[in-house]
Design a binder for this molecule. Sequence first.
Ligand SMILES: Cc1cc2nc3c(=O)[nH]c(=O)nc-3n(C[C@H](O)[C@H](O)[C@H](O)COP(=O)(O)OP(=O)(O)OC[C@H]3O[C@@H](n4cnc5c(N)ncnc54)[C@H](O)[C@@H]3O)c2cc1C
Length: 363
Amino acid sequence: MTQLPSRSVIVVGGGITGLTTAVALQASGHKVTLIARDAPEDTASGVAAGMIAPAMEAMNEPDPAFSYQRLRNAQQAWREGIELWPPRLRFLWQFAQEEGHSYFIWPENEGDGPPDRLVMTGAELQVVSAETRKWLNLQPELQILRVMDDGRVPALHLLKEFEAHFLVSGGNLIRGEVYGVEAKRVRVRHGGWVNADQVVIAAGYGAYGLRHPVPVLKKLSPIKGHLLDLSQITNPVVLRSTKGYLVGGSTGGAFGATMQAGRADLDIEPAVVADLKGRAKTLFPDLELDKAVPRTGIRASTPDGWPLIGRDPASGVLVATGMRRNGYVFAPMAAKIILALVEGRESPDGGIYRPDRFRNPEN
Ligand SMILES: Cc1cc2nc3c(=O)[nH]c(=O)nc-3n(C[C@H](O)[C@H](O)[C@H](O)COP(=O)(O)OP(=O)(O)OC[C@H]3O[C@@H](n4cnc5c(N)ncnc54)[C@H](O)[C@@H]3O)c2cc1C
């Protein structure tokens, strides 16, 4: 087999998308410079609950069965990509699979069976044993089903592990803000130009700030989210309902989350926090919320709600953003697509997330 030439690649963004992409490129022999403005804990990826939940995400979409298939395909890339990862990351992922059992709960007054939209996804739903129900300590009026194949990873923990692995494997990390982009170089504030064979923008909603040099990024819009950090929730479980979700695990838990379309600020809003706490109390009256720490993050969305992964037609720059609520689901698939494009191969997803699917990608 012909050996592909090694490329130098700049990846802008150190959230889950940028890091999985950087690690995949590096593992395939490319020389990667990662440029990230914020520390992992200050990114949307660091705030996220870490659910990889094709079914419970798809049930909220206009066509649950179609969305479920797309999200399941993306989830599959975690399993494929895992071969590229070092044992420690592989272990974390497998551990998360054991920890992240996911359940959908609903009050009796919302009907006997699970919501139609969850059934429409086609996901396997399993009846829960009396022991599990007891262990979960649920209110008697709540009904519950296990949603097979939905799961959760310890988001911030995994992010830090990816960053550490990138560094020990010889990756070059620049903590700085990119404000100028061309096909083969970027300009870092107080740091001058950095050159490479290819540039990838994986900067979440921060990518919108680079829309002038990379016009397709004008398509991004923000969705702010509040979430309550609950470090005391160590029960390894995901409990999801129409009012919110409670996640827990060995690295702590959370209750969330809001979807505030059009908002790009990180302000903590007391009224929104009070509303979240109220919803949490309705579902879980015993939950201690005094120590809850509110956090906010910004998701990047696109006009059709699906990610933007591929080459910007005008600038030639590669982009991987617009992950909306599903950055953890899509990150390894984004990495796989970007790796193929860097190496001059066809996009393995058939190009469904290409930026030029939008008419007038430059406006
Ligand atoms: C409250 C909340 C809960 C969520 N829960 C889940 C969940 O359970 N499951 C799930 O799959 N998704 C969840 N999400 C969505 C998820 O967080 C995002 O889809 C995902 O984090 C996007 O990752 P990213 O790497 O693309 O972007 P980000 O995590 O936003 O990272 C962007 C990176 O780019 C850097 N950057 C930005 N601009 C520049 C610049 N100009 N120069 C240099 N660097 C720059 C930033 O510093 C950062 O490193 C949640 C989001 C929120 C807000």
